[in-house]
Design a protein around this ligand. Sequence first.
Ligand SMILES: [Zn+2]
Length: 87
Amino acid sequence: MSARQLNLFATRSPLFGLHVKVQTAKHCCYDIAVVWDGSGPHYGELRCRDCDAHRGWLSRSTATWLESIINKFGAPGEPIVIRRLPQ
Ligand SMILES: [Zn+2]
């Protein structure tokens, strides 16, 4: 196994695959996005659940906040609402 593969496993987050509600000025379908693995400096990427359009990036600080909520309250029954995102 290469170092790159090992690194991918090390950075895998339980947030990937989570559905979140995106409340920003720009709307898309039902405003539900799926958290995907990010690229470059971005921890995660939000893509529209229904049409796969890019909805924004998930910073490490926002990801840490989401993980703390899930660790405290368990996986949400309703999508967590995110209001501010770097585009
Ligand atoms: Zn959409």
